[in-house]
Design a binder for this molecule. Structure first.
Ligand code: ADP
Length: 397
């Protein structure tokens, strides 16, 4: 890897493709961008340099485009904006690696075929993650591609943390807890000891709070338990997902309310969480600015559930040495952090009000000097984690 070599990271969701470009062995961020509104409305593209200045923008006025057309556009864009760089590998965020992929993986036709068999485990995400891989194989087959899985970080959890209390014949079908947001937690696990070396072997609970939200218990940088389970709808209430739910509710919706699978799926994934409870919005900023009591009730429910999960995860760890906030809400909402820490005082958490309000966008400690449990904000950076994994795999070849 020399200074003109670069790694591209692709994070493709159901309606967007995000990309980042990292230069040289130091993986210096050079460029990032996204195509939004695939399939619906007006598809938009924007690319920015490392400082955030816009390099290029585009709108598809003729209507929305699909993943393949989006990838074709990105490859053309890259070719005209690489400025002498050589893309040596592409790393992809892939939501599910099943039980077999416990780390990043060089992708080929065989691995893709195996990942196709996991689509029923993540039908809303996995096909969109794999579409750009196929586009790259078709359009630039000489460039190595690496898959980085959101589940991989959790594969070493104790058996009890991975199990549902279901008959073995069901568990054997792969119906178990996997956990997600693993690349975010892995990045936090790598970053925290740099900020405070005492935390290298610590019992840490991290909360990744974005549109999707989860929490993870880590001991010595390894995942011990997580709030997300078989799918990414479990655990905390999220922007539009309900989080943990008595399975009896699903049976009731079907039997008594006559809802079919599609209606239940829509309710639990798209109409619940902050949006469902508030009846107003899935967006935390909007709710915080609203004077409507339903907005406050939605936030209060999220805070309550974070507190419950924190106690549960601390129990799984047998203690708590640090609490970490990450994701759009965790990094930016001073009020949410204050409420969670207020409720976690019993665990030895003491927030520093001034530090909590101090603006900043880097890794920072927001607890008092005397707080038995330090509280940190670590901005999420799954993309850099993917770039590091991709470089590692490249160097092993
Ligand atoms: P995703 O999971 O889609 O990557 P993000 O991590 O970007 O989502 O988080 C989006 C959430 O972060 C939204 O609910 C948004 O309102 C919230 N958020 C962003 N900035 C702020 C802020 N300054 N205060 C409160 N919430 C914020």
């Amino acid at each position: 890897m020399n200074s003109t070599d670069s790694i591209v990271v692709i994070n493709a969701g159901s309606s967007s493709i995000k990309f980042s470009l990292y230069d040289g062995a130091a993986l210096e961020l050079a460029m990032r961008g996204k195509i939004e509104n695939l399939y619906a409305g007006v598809t938009r593209f924007v690319a920015q340099d490392a400082a955030g200045a816009v390099i290029d923008e585009h709108r598809w006025s003729g209507g929305a485009i699909d993943h393949a057309a989006g990838m074709r556009f990105l490859i053309d864009f890259a070719q005209s904006h690489l400025a002498g760089r050589r893309v040596v590998a592409v790393g992809h965020r892939i939501v599910h690696g099943g039980v077999d992929y416990s780390g990043p993986q060089l992708l080929d036709a065989g691995v893709l075929a195996q990942l196709d068999t996991l689509v029923p485990l993540a039908p809303l995400h996995l096909p969109h993650n794999l579409a750009p891989v196929r586009s790259m194989f078709a359009m630039a087959p000489q460039v190595p591609q690496v898959g980085c899985f959101d589940t991989a970080f959790h594969t070493g959890q104790p058996a009890a943390a991975q199990a549902f209390a279901l008959p073995a014949r069901i568990t054997d079908l792969g119906i178990r807890r996997y956990g997600f947001h693993g690349l975010s937690y892995e990045y936090i696990a790598a970053t925290l000891p740099q900020a405070d070396p005492h935390l290298a072997n610590a019992k840490v609970v991290a909360a990744h709070l974005g549109n999707g939200a989860s929490m993870c218990a880590m001991r010595g940088g390894c995942s011990v338990a997580s709030t997300m389970g078989f799918t990414a709808v479990d655990g905390l209430p999220m922007g539009t997902r309900c989080g943990a739910l008595d399975p009896g509710v699903v049976l009731y919706l079907i039997e008594e309310l006559g809802m079919d699978v599609a209606a239940v799926q829509k309710l639990l994934y798209q109409e619940s969480g902050l949006l469902g409870v508030s009846g107003l919005s899935s967006d935390m900023r909007t709710l915080e600015q609203s004077g409507d009591p339903r907005a406050q009730a939605a936030i209060a429910l999220l805070v309550y559930r974070i507190g419950r999960e924190l106690g549960s995860l601390a129990a799984a760890l047998g203690g708590l040495d640090a609490l970490v906030f990450s994701g759009g809400i965790g990094e930016n909402s001073t009020a949410l952090r204050a409420a969670v820490c207020r409720d976690a005082a019993w665990l030895g958490v003491q927030l520093d009000a001034a530090a909590n309000h101090r603006s900043g966008d880097g890794v920072r400690r927001v607890s008092t000097a005397g707080s038995r449990v330090p509280v940190w904000v670590v901005p999420a950076n799954e993309e850099l984690m993917i770039a590091r994994h991709t470089l590692d795999i490249l160097e092993q070849q």
